[in-house]
Design a protein around this ligand. Sequence first.
Ligand SMILES: [Zn+2]
Length: 483
Amino acid sequence: MFESAFAQLRYAASVLFAVPFDLRSLDRLVDGILATKQEFGSLGADSAEFLGGPELDEETRRDVQIRRFRKQAVRAAEETDYYSSQFTTLGVDPSRLTFEDIARIPVTPKKALLNNPDAFVRRGSNPAFRTTTTGTTGKPTSVYFTAREIQATGLLAAISFLQSGQITPEDIVQISTSSRATLGNTCFSQAVQRIGAVWYQTGLVDPAQALALLSESHHLPGKKNRASFLNTYASYLGELVECGLNSGYSPKDFGVDHISVGGEIVTEGLKRRCRKLFGSVEFIQSYAMTETWPFGATFCEEGHLHFEPSQGLLEIVDPDTAQPGKPGQTGTMVVTPFAPYREASVVLRYDTEDLVQPVFGPLGCSLKHWTATTDLLGKLRLAIRTANGWVYPRQIREALESLEEVPLPARCGFWAIEGGVAVEVAVRKIDSSIRNRIGQSLEERGVPVCELYLEEDPSQLQHQLPLRCDLREILFERSVIKL
Ligand SMILES: [Zn+2]
């Protein structure tokens, strides 16, 4: 047993960076944190510093990253079909790569993994779990994981939630994500039950049913008396807010204190309107995707996305040249998760197609030692480049969801026209004042809107952006259950 939470978390940091994952050590660590929490009530202020990994100066960071990149590149070249042929063609020795050489390796496009996921699996790795993306934007992509990767990720998530106090054994957790999102659902639910909290999966059912479950009273020994943690997508949260306020729900009907929301662009308007329904909840935002799991980003208090540099390499590349972008330039995130993560499927320089801008220091936020970007601006293929610069899905969504006259989630589309963009959006009621307010809100966010089309019936929209809430799961009964 450890002497203090401080020591436990220092130990956690060492475990996180050891190779290979030691499941028993991670499991003992969860027990240790739970015991400390039970005895002292909290883990203390020291704890927050450790689970994020060591603070690295620039020279050390580059050294750690190139060594880990080389190791992953050697495994990829020697043990996967996709990269062995690529390195042969390139004539590059992966064990001698320098930082400058990394850009010589072609980015791995989504379609390569989509078309042949088996070619990315390491020989001898014993994959146990095939997960797929939910396919909001097309045919699902598959990625393979070992059983140990999944167990380790669940334990690491449990440690992280306990350390932050975001999920504790008293919590009741509602997971309102697609039931087909098996990677996130599996790792998250394993973390929750390892903590000793209760979880249940609703899927993306009729929002009225999800709200009924959230407001249900419970009398479970040692637990809160209502669902206290909600894990969902931005668009489905928007549907819950819209349905809940229209149905007369108010904060007194719920006990939710944390909402983990992601998978899509999360707007300030959504969060503000969400508090009308659920009260003063804390939002947890992060960035992760199946193809590069578990290397992802944490959202800091100043709104940056931060990537822990010893867990993977983030590059922001020019979408035109696939070469490293210039400072301040918008680019797509290209991601390489390092060992010990990714025992089964290996990806090098995976093109996420997600647009961001790099953020340079000196920063004053709590994660200032990690690589920083702006929040997501949207998918490259959904963004539009005009003569005067980019127009991003984020600008459109922020502008629209800030307005009460636009139902949540904002159902909208935009496309290039002469001089700027045309925007279409579903509104509650069409009149001249809402037209003016939407136009003004778009212009305030720098959208060069030249044509604006309003519809009261969302099915009339011609270019609607995809939303995860439309991966709707049906119920056996036509009517919503009464609780
Ligand atoms: Zn920050």
